[in-house]
Write a protein that binds this ligand. Structure first.
Ligand code: HEM
Length: 449
């Protein structure tokens, strides 16, 4: 009976009247709406038109209403995806992108160790009076960098590096507020599809975690041990890599959520032929490879490894540097750790590894448009596939020129930003090959009945 009521509702022409399947709907209803293995293109009109209003209200029967009878009309619970939600998520991802760029500039201008404390709430405002500036300056002058490399720094210079690091931290706080406040609003005001609040909560936690890991990284450059052992005052390359990896994970999480929500709202799917399904695995692999290469780039940056072997494709006139240089025993601390310690602590090996990972990734990225064409993908997918190859060419060119010109700030910052652009093109490509989420699947099932 309840199914009957459900089917009557399906026949209604407007989107607002369509019942959606969700995980909480009892099995008989679920079985009745099971999807075929392929996902032919959905007619987007009936979905997109009502969604062009401020919000799209998508009612679906609650478990009670699906299993009882005519009382279901009153028990319908609306799932609502506000139209602003994916736009807001795209805005947040743009903020993350901006913060990655500011973070790169902070590192490249050697400003990251200028603020010697972490006060998430009280440290929002920069020093204002001269007395406040003097306090901050004094704290910096007794830090490893203040003692060992910047002992003669003027107040005007100090203010520059202080403002750089302050801008990076304040941008992180802006992201936190710009994400958390709307998340609370959307989650309390609307009944979102079931998985979405969990995803938003995970992203929110990720933003907080990013702040913690950022401070953990800065702390490694303020360690007294640096003064005691007379080593270079810079942050640990391990923590720098973790900070970058967390930022990229956050970015990927926000963008893929935004793309998923928007495509579900528009009822988009892809033409899942066997060839396209096979091709679909490639951008996933490529995404992992770009991520891995980017993290290896953080080791190059953290070890200042862009300042050795400033030539390409050779290193000291050979494609591969001598083994005793790549596997230098001096980096080993105990038996069996030579190879990984060299990979993560020896600038020559870190640079060599980054080259190898980058060129392997580059080859895979270049193959994407050709394999996409062979799989006969939709035009939109092909465009994104071409975009991936283009972004890859740009990124490799930036990497090589950064190396040849001894890491000038504009090139190095663009190279770091380029890795985010590359990830974006891959996410765009994957978006066009995305299987419909539960909301879209339900609508699709309803329409085929
Ligand atoms: C798929 C290709 C590549 C990706 C995704 C990539 C990614 C990155 C990233 C994210 C960083 C910066 C990490 C940070 O600042 O924390 C970096 C640094 C670097 N990369 Fe690449 N890279 C690629 C290709 C190349 C190539 C082909 C070269 C040249 C041989 C190169 C040379 C460098 C150098 C010299 C740095 C250090 C720059 C600095 O000190 O700021 N990269 N890479």
């Amino acid at each position: 009976m309840s199914l009957k009521i459900g089917l009557q509702r399906l026949a209604l022409p407007t989107f607002e009247r369509l019942p959606l399947r969700c995980a909480s709907i009892p099995t008989p209803f679920r079985t009745a709406t099971r999807l075929p293995r392929t996902f032919p293109r959905l007619p987007s009109r009936p979905l997109s038109r009502p969604l062009s209003t401020a919000t799209a209200s998508i009612p679906f029967p609650s478990p009670a209403s699906a299993s009882t009878s005519s009382s279901s009309a009153t028990a319908v619970q609306p799932v609502v995806i506000p139209r602003s939600l994916p736009n807001w998520l795209f805005g947040c991802s743009a903020l993350v992108f901006g913060i990655v760029v500011i973070g790169g500039l902070t590192r490249l201008t050697e400003s990251g160790l200028s603020i010697t404390e972490w006060e998430p709430f009280t440290g929002i405002l920069p020093p204002i009076s001269n007395a406040e500036w003097d306090v901050e300056w004094e704290k910096y002058r007794v830090s490893p960098e203040g003692i060992m490399t910047n002992s003669k720094i003027e107040m005007s210079e100090f203010k520059k590096i202080f403002y750089m690091e302050w801008a990076h931290r304040i941008a992180g706080r802006v992201l936190g507020v710009a994400f958390i406040v709307p998340t609370i609003y959307y989650c309390t005001r609307y009944k979102l599809p079931r998985a979405l609040p969990f995803k938003l909560a995970a992203i929110g936690l990720g933003i907080g975690f990013q702040g913690v890991i950022g401070w953990y990284m800065v702390k490694s450059g303020l360690d007294q041990e640096i003064i005691d052992t007379n080593s270079v005052p810079r942050v640990s390359q391990y923590r720098l890599a973790a900070h970058l990896a967390a930022a990229l994970t956050l970015y990927v999480g926000i963008v893929s959520t935004a793309i998923g929500v928007r495509r579900d709202m528009l009822g988009k799917t892809y033409n899942a032929t066997p060839a396209i399904n096979r091709f679909r695995r490639l951008p996933f692999v490529a995404l992992g490879m770009v991520f891995f290469t980017a993290v290896s780039g953080a080791f190059v940056a953290g070890l200042d490894a862009g300042l050795v072997y400033n030539e390409f494709p050779t290193m000291g006139g050979r494609l591969v540097p001598p083994t005793d240089e790549l596997l230098d025993k001096r980096y080993s601390k105990k038996e069996g750790d030579t190879w990984w310690r060299n990979m993560l602590e020896n600038p020559v090996t870190a640079q060599f590894d980054h080259r190898v990972f980058a060129m392997t990734t580059f080859a895979v990225l270049l193959s994407i448009p050709f394999l996409a064409r062979r799989a006969n993908v939709m035009r939109n997918t092909q465009r994104w596939a071409n975009g991936v190859a283009l972004a890859a060419v740009g990124q490799v060119t930036l990497g090589i020129t950064t190396l040849l010109y001894l890491v000038p700030i504009p090139l190095a910052a663009s190279h770091q930003a380029g890795s985010v652009v590359l990830l974006t093109t891959l996410l765009g490509l994957l978006g066009t090959l995305r299987k419909p989420g539960s909301a879209a699947r339900a609508i699709r099932a309803i329409q085929t009945r």
